[in-house]
Ligand binder design. Structure first.
Ligand SMILES: Nc1nc2c(ncn2[C@@H]2O[C@H](COP(=O)(O)OP(=O)(O)OP(=O)(O)O)[C@@H](O)[C@H]2O)c(=O)[nH]1
Ligand SMILES: [Mg+2]
Length: 202
């Protein structure tokens, strides 16, 4: 997919009453705070900082919908698991994200991001198992691959797969926002998912 135009088309906060109906295939980006969700979206859409990133965890506090070429919508979700974010926010995000994940008619896939240096925790496992149960295509993106030596990459991936107990058909991509490793492969996967869209009921 060639990126022609990108627009922040919807912002959903905890007080937003109804979810947007984009009518486009949606791909949501989930994962712990600071794992690199917004950075991955920027790399995919080839914009330096349309999705706001920060070295302080808890930057994204709303669900931000980025419409790409009127073909697909990327949904940047607030990260989970960061205690410093006000407790009220944390309480309300759970239901907000859950409502979206369970209620969106257009959700095509969820990309679960895992930091290459961290063993997935309970929240990650819950997210992954939710995807399997909901019948949403799970894709794992191992982020910040530039942070470990190449000789340690295979072991890190193996540990992540083991901790999540991944199924054989779960796809996994290695990604670095710094080096853009994996960007084109992930985009190809997205293209594939979008074009498969019409045959869901087969
Ligand atoms: N070295 C390196 N740093 C990265 C990479 N991806 C993201 N970062 C850094 O990690 C920090 C967090 O990135 P974000 O993209 O804001 O993370 P997020 O998951 O959107 O965080 P929240 O919105 O707080 O949930 C930033 O300082 C990024 O520059 C990467 O591939 N390599
Ligand atoms: Mg973010």
């Amino acid at each position: 997919m060639k990126i022609k135009n990108v627009e922040l088309s919807h912002v959903v906060g905890v007080t937003t009453k109804s979810l947007p109906h984009t009518g486009l295939p949606e791909i949501a980006f989930a994962g712990r705070s600071n794992v690199g969700k917004s950075s991955l979206i920027n790399a995919l859409i080839q914009r330096k900082s349309l999705a706001r990133t920060s070295s302080t965890p808890g930057k994204t506090q709303t669900m931000n919908f980025y419409t790409v070429n009127d073909d697909v919508c990327f949904v940047d979700l607030p990260g989970y698991g960061y205690a410093q974010v006000g407790i009220d926010f944390r309480k309300s995000w759970g239901p907000m994200i859950e409502k979206y994940l369970n209620g969106s008619e257009d959700l095509r896939a969820v990309f679960l991001l895992i930091d290459i240096r961290r063993i997935p925790n309970q929240d990650d496992a819950m997210m992954y198992n939710w995807m399997l149960n909901a019948g949403v295509t799970p894709v794992i993106i191992v982020t910040k691959s530039d942070k470990v030596k190449r000789s340690q990459t295979d072991k890190a991936i193996k540990d992540i797969k083991n901790a999540l107990n991944v199924t054989a058909d779960t796809e996994l991509f290695l990604f670095s926002a710094l080096k853009k490793t994996g960007r084109d492969e992930i985009m190809e996967k997205i293209d594939e998912m979008i074009s498969e869209g019409g045959n869901e009921d087969d």
